[in-house]
Design a protein around this ligand. Structure first.
Ligand code: GLN
Length: 540
C-alpha cells in the first residue's frame, strides 16, 4: 500500500436506488473542478462475474468500457460527469472476486491453507480497492459499494472497508453513508429513525461513517440535522442534505452548496487553494434549463418500459440537445407496437427516429417497418448496433428486393446480409463471441459521419456478435446505402449512410457510451440538428 491516493468509500443504507452513483460522481466532479485527479470504482455484491449476462429489464443497460469490460451503468455516470475513461478495474463484482480466489486456489497458490471469506475474499477485495490507487495517477479514489448496508451479500465488502480504514494512516480514508430521510405526510414530519438504524448497522460492522448524505424530499431543518449528528455521531457540518433534483446534472451544484467537497477535504486533511471551477458545468446547466427549441424524437426499442435499459442513449440526447439549445423529448416506442398498419399512426409527427440496440428480438419486424417509413418519408434516422443491422436488412428487402435477414433472427435466411463472421463462430462460450470494446474506424470524406466527427480516424466501442456481410457490400452500395466507415484492420463495415436522404446514419458501434456533458457525441449532436431542420421544414 505505497499509494499516495486518498480513499473515499460511499455506502448506502435504508433502501437501494438512492443514487449513490450520482452522489459519487458529483463529489468526484467537485474535486476534479478543484484540479484534483479523481476516479470512481463500483463494487457490486452480486455473483455474476460481470453485468454482461444480466437482463437489462432487471439491471438496466450494460455499459461497455474502452477495454471491453461489460460493466454497471453507474460507470456511465462516472464518465459522463468526469469526462474521463473507466476500465475493467472500475467495476468489480462478488463473482469476479470469488473467481479470482478460486482460480488461485486451483493453482495451489494458497499452499494448502483453508480458503475463507476472511482473510482470502476480503484480501482480494482490498487488492482490488487499491489497484487504481497504486497506479499513482489519482489523488482520490472513490469506491462505491453497491447494495445496502446490512445485506448478507455486501458483508465482505463492508469488512474490507473496515480493514482498509484500519490499515491506512489516519486521514487517508473516509466513509460517506447515503441514507433516506422519509417524510411522513400524515405526521407532517421528516423521520430520522431509519438512518439511525442504518448507521447502527454500520457501527456493528466496525465502521463509523464520517459524513452522512441524506436523500430527502424536503429541506432538512436545523433540528433534524442536529438530531442526526447527535445520534449518528457525526459533526453537524457533516450532515449533508441531498434534495430530490430536477436533473441529475443539478446534483454537483447542490452538493457544492452543502459543502460536501469541503467536508471531504477537511476530513482527509487535504489543502485546496482553488475554489472549484464550475463555469463549464454551469453553462451546460444554463442551456439545459433554457432551451430555445424543442424536438420530439422516437426511440424504437424492446426495453422501453424500463428507460434505464437505454440510459446512455437518453443522456446522450440530453447532451446533444443542450449543444443545440434544444429540448429533446423522447417518445419511447415498443418495436412490437409497430406493424405495417400502425407505423404511420405511431411515428407521425416525430422529428427523428432512433432505432435502438438489442439482442435476438421478436420486435425486429417492427423496427424494419419503422426504418422503411423514415427512409421513404425522409425523416432523420439514427440506427445503433441492431438498429443499423435492421437498416441493412430493410434496404436489402425493400430496395434490392432480396429475401434477406440477419442470421441472428433467421439462421436459414436466403440472403444473410447480417451474419456472424467465421472467427466468431469458432468461439462457442456464450459471451465469448462478442466483439467488445474500442475499435478503430476509418471514415470516408464527404460523408455525414465525417462532417460530424471532423476527422477521418475515430475509435468507438462495440458490443455485438453479428456484422454487415461484405458479400453484399457492392450490391448494397450500388443501390445507394453506402459503407462510409470501415474498420481498417478487418474491413468490417461500421457505418452506413443513405444517399439522397437528409440524415440516415446507421452505426455498428455504440456512440452513446462516449457522450459526456463536456463532449456531447458528434453524431447525436448532428442527429438532433437534423431533427430540428426536419421539424422546421415540415412546419414551413
Ligand atoms: N444482436 C446484435 C448482435 O449481436 C446487435 C447487438 C447490439 O445491438 N448491441 O450483433
Amino acid at each position: 500500500m505505497s499509494s499516495t491516493a486518498k480513499y473515499i468509500f460511499v455506502t448506502g443504507g435504508v433502501t437501494s436506488s438512492l443514487g449513490k452513483g450520482i452522489i459519487a460522481a458529483s463529489l468526484a466532479q467537485l474535486l476534479q473542478a478543484r484540479g484534483f485527479k479523481v476516479t470512481i470504482q463500483k463494487f457490486d455484491p452480486y455473483i455474476n462475474i460481470d453485468p454482461g449476462t444480466l437482463n437489462p429489464y432487471e439491471h438496466g443497460e450494460c455499459y461497455v468500457t474502452d477495454d471491453g469490460a461489460e460493466t454497471d451503468l453507474d460507470l456511465g455516470h462516472y464518465e459522463r460527469f468526469l469526462n474521463v475513461r473507466t476500465s475493467q478495474a472500475n467495476n468489480i463484482t462478488t463473482g469476479r472476486i470469488y473467481n479470482n480466489v478460486i482460480t488461485k486456489e486451483r493453482k495451489g497458490e494458497y499452499l494448502g491453507k483453508t480458503v475463507q471469506v476472511i482473510p482470502h475474499i476480503t484480501d482480494e477485495i482490498k487488492r482490488n480497492i487499491f489497484l487504481l490507487g497504486e497506479s499513482g495517477e489519482y489523488d482520490f479514489i472513490i469506491t462505491e459499494i453497491g447494495g445496502c448496508v446490512g445485506d448478507i451479500e455486501s458483508l465482505p465488502f463492508i469488512e474490507a472497508v473496515r480493514q482498509v480504514k484500519y490499515d491506512l494512516p489516519p486521514n487517508n480514508s473516509i466513509v460517506i453513508h447515503l441514507t433516506l430521510i422519509p417524510y411522513l405526510n400524515a405526521a407532517k414530519e421528516l423521520k430520522t429513525k431509519p438512518t439511525q438504524h442504518s448507521v447502527k448497522e454500520l457501527l456493528e460492522a466496525g465502521i463509523q461513517p464520517d459524513i452522512l448524505v441524506c436523500r430527502t424530499e424536503m429541506s432538512l431543518p436545523m433540528e433534524i440535522r442536529k438530531k442526526l449528528a447527535l445520534f449518528c455521531n457525526v459533526h453537524i457540518n457533516s450532515v449533508i442534505e441531498a434534495m430530490d433534483a430536477e436533473s441529475i446534472y443539478d446534483v454537483p451544484l447542490l452538493m457544492r452548496k452543502e459543502k460536501l467537497d469541503e467536508r471531504v477535504l477537511a476530513k482527509l486533511k487535504v489543502q485546496s487553494k482553488e475554489e472549484p471551477n464550475l463555469e463549464q458545468w454551469k453553462s451546460f446547466l444554463g442551456k439545459l434549463k433554457n432551451p430555445v427549441n424543442e424536438v420530439q424524437v422516437g426511440l424504437v426499442g424492446k426495453y422501453v418500459s424500463l428507460p434505464d435499459a437505454y440510459k446512455s442513449i437518453a443522456e446522450a440526447f440530453v447532451h446533444a440537445g443542450t449543444r443545440n439549445d434544444c429540448k429533446v423529448k423522447v417518445k419511447w416506442i415498443s418495436s412490437e407496437d409497430i406493424t405495417k398498419d400502425s407505423v404511420e399512426s405511431v411515428l407521425r409527427g416525430l422529428d427523428g427516429i432512433l432505432v435502438a440496440p438489442g439482442f435476438g428480438e421478436r420486435g425486429l419486424e417492427g423496427k424494419i417497418e419503422a426504418i422503411k417509413y423514415v427512409r421513404e418519408n425522409k425523416i432523420p434516422f439514427f440506427g445503433i448496433c441492431l438498429g443499423m443491422q435492421c437498416s441493412v436488412v430493410e434496404f436489402s428487402r425493400n430496395v434490392l428486393g432480396l429475401e434477406a435477414s440477419s442470421t441472428e433472427l433467421n439462421p436459414k435466411t436466403k440472403n444473410p446480409v447480417i451474419d456472424m463472421m467465421e472467427e466468431q463462430k469458432k468461439i462457442t462460450i456464450k459471451g465469448g463471441t462478442m466483439r467488445l470494446g474500442a475499435y478503430t474506424c476509418k471514415l470516408k470524406k464527404g460523408s455525414k459521419a465525417y462532417a460530424a466527427y471532423g476527422e477521418s480516424v475515430i475509435e468507438e466501442r462495440h458490443r455485438h456478435r453479428y456484422e454487415f456481410n461484405n458479400k453484399y457490400l457492392e450490391q448494397i452500395e450500388e443501390a445507394g446505402l453506402k459503407a462510409v466507415g470501415v474498420n481498417p484492420d478487418s474491413n468490417l463495415v461500421e457505418i452506413v449512410e443513405l444517399k439522397d436522404h437528409p440524415w440516415f446514419v446507421g452505426v455498428q458501434y455504440h456512440p452513446e457510451l462516449k457522450s459526456t456533458v463536456l463532449n456531447p457525441h458528434p453524431l447525436f449532436v448532428k442527429f438532433i440538428e437534423a431533427s430540428l431542420e426536419h421539424k422546421k421544414s415540415v412546419n414551413k
